[in-house]
Design a protein around this ligand. Structure first.
Ligand code: M6R
Length: 612
């Protein structure tokens, strides 16, 4: 999703802005631009596609100036072409924006009636003209910006630069995140602290409804009525080092290989392996511990892969802790006006901690007086900062747009929480807790084992490349995992993939089965393995080509002649969702590599989805 950078500096800023934009590349984008002010002239360079195109343009036609704003655009209104790339200009005004101005049509009509002409199809351009109109009417740049921001509805993070002031950027936030960085004689602005890490680790986050006046010697934050508001300065833990791919071809495969380590780190945060018990980490003074024993309901809200981690945990919480779970995709939950239990807990799962729909779900639950808990990977994110209890995943920065290690770390946290809930609610005794903890502690070792299957999976993936449709089947926790497999495959390879609970196949989807339809079945040998075997037989009888991911006993007992097998080690049931994630990730990865798609930044996708 769009990335924003701004610098009020003391040296030429265009190359610095491009470097900072590179650190936001992971968010996903399809065009980019930068504008600077030099000797009273606002000027800009913009380019379609990757940042390298913008860099080439700047090399042949550099931009001078010690103040500037930059942007990576993920198209919402208007095609990803240069004319729609940010910054957008009006008279003496330049604007970059992340989000959607929902009332842009009425504002556009009004501004056109006032004589402003539009050169793009974006919603953003109305902001530039609104500010210019205010200045034309005699307002100072700050007041014109405040007035413009107050007229916008929808979600936005924005930065405005003025041709009349070489020491001023105005920033505004209502939804997507914005971080202000404090330097020595320079000030910075970015969509996240990681973008600003080479410049400073002293960060102030804007809250919704804030707008800020940023000058070289500092900044001031206001609310929409113009009252000064105080926001704490924090020390960011974001690394100044640019995360790189190491020896790997893509970030995704690097992140797949990091899983044994990060799963281990994450589990160690929630489990005391010496004492063989779950030990939820100590909370900060501002956080509130969770009393699972007093809960009558757990409501989980998330999007995409994070939602599927939540879905998996429904089986764990209900089985291990007898705690009923409602699980929702955030985009539906936020508008459904769900009645919330007074003794309930609302849990939000998000890698980025900035997903707009998940955040809106959190706001709904906040208004309903719920205890808010979050599982997040980015600890300084808005969702983390807005929650009463935070459970971090220790996955490290995840750069590949397709979530891999964040997912298995989310599962690791959720498994630990489910065991903790089971203990607190009296459904897991000491002996069983010891056993479950010992089983969880095996996860990193099994993950390492399974990575050795990569070459086998790579060869298998060739048979999936160029297929039109692929089905994924699973039962119990393997059903959400089947959904995750289908999601991974479609987002990376653009092959249409769907997942079904294996028992649901006969209620309609079986009509799709023919010789052209590969069916990936995730079925370790568990207590319902036989049921899944029956479903596989139904597929085989209709000519469907089966790829079975199972363990040695499952491979032996399935009796599926002609099926392709991925044979996993036998492992304890509680860790199967974590470990079986790896083959489905590798299958999707190698299918995509074989097809030559953009694995780390698949078309149309954004890493951090900060608009609805
Ligand atoms: O940052 P979040 O975990 O809130 O993101 C949620 C989804 O956008 C994300 O999981 C998405 O589905 C991934 N691209 C899946 O690989």
């Amino acid at each position: 999703m769009c990335g924003i950078v701004g610098i009020v500096g003391t040296r030429p800023v265009a190359p610095l802005i491009v470097d900072a934009l590179k650190r936001l590349e992971y968010r996903g984008y399809d065009s980019a631009g930068v504008a600077t002010l030099s000797e009273g002239n606002l000027d800009r360079r913009r380019a379609e596609g990757k940042l390298v195109n913008l860099e080439n343009r700047l090399e042949f036609d550099p931009l001078a100036g010690n103040i500037g704003i930059g942007h990576t655009r993920w198209a919402t209104h208007g095609a990803p072409v240069e004319v729609n790339a940010h910054p957008h200009f009006s008279t003496k005004v330049a604007v970059v924006h992340n989000g959607i101005v929902e009332n842009f049509r009425e504002l556009r009509t009004e501004l056109q009636a006032d004589g402003f002409t539009f050169s793009s199809q974006t919603d953003t351009e109305v902001i530039a003209h609104l500010v210019a109109k205010g200045m034309k009417d005699g307002l100072s740049p700050e007041k014109a910006a405040q007035s413009a921001i107050s007229r916008l509805t929808g979600a936005f993070a924005l930065a405005i630069m003025f041709g009349t002031d070489s020491n001023l950027i105005v920033a505004g936030r209502n939804g997507p995140p914005l971080a202000i960085g404090h330097g020595a004689g320079e000030m910075y602005l970015g969509s996240d602290a990681v973008a600003l890490a080479p410049f400073t680790n002293r960060i102030t986050y804007l809250e919704d409804g804030d707008w800020a006046v940023i000058r070289r010697d500092g900044m001031q934050i206001f609310d929409l009525d113009g009252n000064t508001v105080e926001r704490a300065q924090q020390t960011s833990v974001g690394s100044a080092l640019m995360v790189d791919k190491g020896n790997h071809r893509h970030f995704m495969i690097k992140e797949i290989y990091e899983q044994p380590e990060v799963i281990g780190h994450t589990l160690a945060h929630y489990v005391d392996f010496n004492e063989q018990k779950v030990a939820l980490h100590e909370m900060s003074e501002t956080e509130q511990p969770i009393d699972f024993a007093s809960l009558d309901r757990l409501n989980i809200t998330a999007c995409g892969t994070a939602y599927l981690a939540g879905y998996t945990s429904k089986y764990w919480f209900e089985r291990l802790a007898r705690l009923p779970v409602d699980i929702d995709v955030a985009s539906e939950f936020r508008y459904r006006e769900v009645p919330m239990s007074k003794s309930g807990l609302s849990l939000f799962i998000s890698q980025s901690g900035e997903t707009a729909d998940t955040l809106a779900g959190l706001k709904y639950c906040e208004a309903e007086g719920q205890h808010l808990a979050a599982i997040v990977n980015v600890r300084e994110s808005t969702i983390a900062r807005s929650s009463h209890s935070v459970f971090p995943t220790l996955a490290g920065p995840e750069i590949g747009v397709a979530s891999t290690k964040a997912f298995t770390c989310q599962l690791s946290v959720l498994a630990s929480l489910a065991v903790a809930a089971g203990v607190q609610r009296g459904h897991i005794d000491r002996e069983r807790e010891t056993k479950l903890v010992a089983e969880l502690s095996e996860a990193p070792r099994y993950a390492n084992e399974v990575l050795k299957l990569e070459e086998e999976i790579r060869q298998l993936a060739h048979s999936l490349a160029n297929k039109q449709h692929i089905l994924y089947l699973g039962r119990d926790t393997n059903y959400p995992l089947a959904m995750e497999g289908a999601l991974k495959l479609k987002e990376l390879s653009y092959i249409h993939a769907e997942a079904y609970a294996a028992g649901e196949l006969k209620h309609g989807p079986i009509a799709l089965i023919d010789e052209e339809m590969p069916v990936v079945v995730i079925a370790p040998h568990d207590r319902i393995f036989e049921k899944t075997v029956s479903n596989m037989q139904e597929v085989a009888a209709r000519g469907g080509k089966i790829i079975l991911i199972t363990d040695p006993r499952g491979a032996e007992e399935a009796g599926m002649d002609g099926a392709e097998l991925i044979v996993m080690p036998s492992m304890p049931e509680i860790i199967t969702p974590i470990i079986y994630s790896l083959p489905i990730q590798m299958l999707a990865y190698h299918t995509a590599v074989h097809m030559g798609t953009d694995v780390d930044q698949p078309r149309n996708l954004a890493k951090s989805v900060t608009v609805e």
